[in-house]
Structure formats: structure tokens, C-alpha cells
Design a protein around this ligand. Structure first.
Ligand code: ADP
Ligand code: MG
Length: 262
């Protein structure tokens, strides 16, 4: 393990998003350091998905900006941001249901490798080697996520929890620096959620920084280095789970009367 000081990979700087008269996000600032797992939590409608959309180019902030390694992401398109290494998954499923699990990952790998692949087309003998490399990588990812047995099943026919895993697998296939996961465990049963927590930790071990939006508080409190709490578009608290769990304002606004167990 390197002992280098923490390096901020994602900096959210006074980000504001308005929809007409509705202020969905109001002057939001926080950062995510290299190798951290930071969770963004808050009640429905707090602005979590909107924040992801503004960070990843799916909508332009009204003011403020998100920066990746000091580079402003304002004005960039989602694919440009993904190419930089900031990759997100969606709250609602975005799989190609009519394709197999393997094909879904291959599609992501091909997208990512477009330029590389073009280069290899010019050197024909390499093309097969490159294609074989991508196929091996796709199989490796299916293995990593424990869904290799579903390789040739249609994504739409997979159990829901495994569809969610496949979505994260697709995100990981593009070899991101930062992975933004929008409620990846929604619809998973408790067993699936527990193994997903281990998965998130293993993703981090691959040197990938994670920003997580998740409703399952056991998962959030168990896996996060820091938690940022959003309420009605404003950050009301941030800190390590041990502090957040007992923050009176957080408990009142979000967690309800009883704090969750870690
Ligand atoms: N495209 C949009 N147009 C108008 N209002 C939106 C749009 N997207 C989200 N909102 C509103 O912004 C607020 C935050 O929504 P969202 O970011 O989806 O919350 P969360 O993900 O925390 O549940 C909500 O009031 C929602 O209705
Ligand atoms: Mg949401």
C-alpha cells in the first residue's frame, strides 16, 4: 500500500441545479479522495440522482461545477466524462435485455476500446488478439461478480439482484477511476446485499474510488469511509459512519427515531 497523502479525485464545488423554480441542489460541496468509498444518502427527492446527473454530464449545473483531478467537467458530454474515468450506473436498469450477460459486457468493452480497436483494425493480425483479450476480460468480470453461470442468459431473464450486479459489472468493465453507483442494491435480498458489500470492497481494492447512493443503511454504514447526508438539496451533515449515525439532525431528517445498526 502506498503511503502517499490522499489525492482528491472528485471535487464537487458549490454545485447548484434548478428545474424551473425548483432548487434540486443548492450549493453542494464535497470531495472524494482516491480509494475512498463515500456514500451520498438522503430521503427520496433529496437530489442524489440529480447530483449524479450533474457530475456525469447528463445535465448541466445551474452554477458551480464538479472537477475530476482538477479538471472541470462542466460542458462535457456523458461519454467524454466516462472516457476520462468517471463512470456511473443508473438507478433504473439500463441493460440490453435482449442481449446475454456476456454480450452486455462486450458492448461496454467495445465502446471503451473504440479507438484502440480502430488502431488494431489497421493491423489486422492484431484484431483477433484484441477481440480475444476483450472476451477474456468479459469472462473475468462475470467471474469476479459471481455471475459466470449466467454468461449466456438474456439479461432480462436473470434474477433481478443479478441484473443489478451485471450493471455494476458493466461499469467496472470500462475501467473507471471513479465509479458512481446509484442505488445498486435496490431490489436485492439481504443475502445478495451482503455479498454485494464484499463486492464493493473488492472493487475498491482494485484502486477504484466509489461514490455510492444507497438506501440500505446497513450497507452504507458498513462499507463507507465517509457519508454525506443530503436533505432537500442541501448537505446537512458529513463524516464517518460512526458520527453520522448519531448526528441528531440526520436522525431527525432522515434516519427516523432509531439509528441503524452497523
Ligand atoms: N428532470 C427533472 N425535471 C424536473 N424536476 C426534477 C428532474 N429530476 C429530478 N427532479 C426533482 O428534483 C428533486 C430531486 O430528485 P432526485 O435527484 O431524483 O432525488 P433522489 O435521487 O435523491 O431521490 C425532486 O424534487 C425531483 O422531483
Ligand atoms: Mg435517486
Amino acid at each position: 500500500m502506498s503511503q502517499a497523502p490522499p489525492r482528491t479525485v472528485l471535487e464537487i464545488d458549490q454545485l447548484c441545479v434548478k428545474f424551473g423554480g425548483l432548487v434540486a441542489i443548492s450549493s453542494m460541496s464535497f470531495h472524494v479522495d482516491h480509494g475512498e468509498i463515500v456514500s451520498l444518502i438522503g430521503p427520496n427527492g433529496a437530489g442524489k440522482t440529480t447530483a449524479f446527473n450533474a457530475i456525469t454530464g447528463y445535465l448541466q449545473p445551474s452554477s458551480g461545477e464538479a472537477r475530476f483531478l482538477d479538471k472541470s467537467l462542466n460542458g462535457l458530454k456523458p461519454n467524454q466524462i466516462a472516457e476520462l474515468g468517471v463512470v456511473r450506473t443508473f438507478q433504473k436498469t439500463s441493460l440490453f435485455g435482449g442481449n446475454t450477460a456476456f454480450e452486455n459486457i462486450m458492448i461496454a468493452l467495445h465502446r471503451q476500446g473504440r479507438q484502440e480497436l480502430f488502431g488494431s483494425l489497421l493491423r489486422l493480425p492484431n484484431m483477433h488478439a484484441e477481440e480475444r483479450r476483450l472476451r477474456d476480460r468479459a469472462d473475468e468480470i462475470l467471474e469476479f461478480f459471481g455471475i459466470a453461470a449466467r454468461r449466456d442468459e438474456l439479461a432480462s431473464a436473470m434474477p433481478y439482484g443479478e441484473q443489478r450486479l451485471l450493471e455494476v459489472a458493466i461499469g467496472l468493465a470500462t475501467e473507471p477511476e471513479v465509479l458512481l453507483l446509484d442505488e445498486p442494491a435496490s431490489g436485492m435480498n439481504p443475502t445478495e446485499t451482503m455479498s454485494f458489500v464484499r463486492m464493493v470492497e473488492r472493487i475498491r481494492e482494485q484502486d477504484i474510488t466509489i461514490l455510492l447512493v444507497e438506501h440500505d443503511m446497513r450497507m452504507v454504514m458498513g462499507v463507507s469511509d465517509r457519508v454525506v447526508v443530503l436533505n432537500q438539496g442541501e448537505i446537512i451533515a458529513s463524516g464517518p459512519p460512526s458520527e453520522i449515525k448519531h448526528d441528531p439532525e440526520v436522525v431527525r431528517a432522515y434516519l427516523g427515531t432509531s439509528a441503524p445498526h452497523a
